[in-house]
Design a protein. Structure first.
Length: 68
């Protein structure tokens, strides 16, 4: 699996219709209407997300590996 940065992951979420609700430190909190789930993406420059965290966030967001 290709590791992506927090910035890139945020761009992918926004392309899928997720909205940035708030910033808490370096964490961007996203939500989508019709779903109670929230996604917290750590954005630390261009540092790639850890694979386990990235897989978990992708599962919640409904993203496929091919979309990276």
């Amino acid at each position: 699996m290709k590791a992506v940065s927090g910035k890139r992951f945020c761009a992918l979420l926004e392309a899928k219709g997720w909205e940035l609700k708030r910033l808490t430190g370096r964490h961007h909190i996203y939500a989508i209407s019709g779903n109670t789930a929230r996604i917290s993406v750590p954005v630390h420059g261009n540092t790639p997300l850890k694979i386990g965290l990235q897989k978990h966030l992708m599962k919640i967001a409904g993203l496929e590996e091919a979309e990276l």
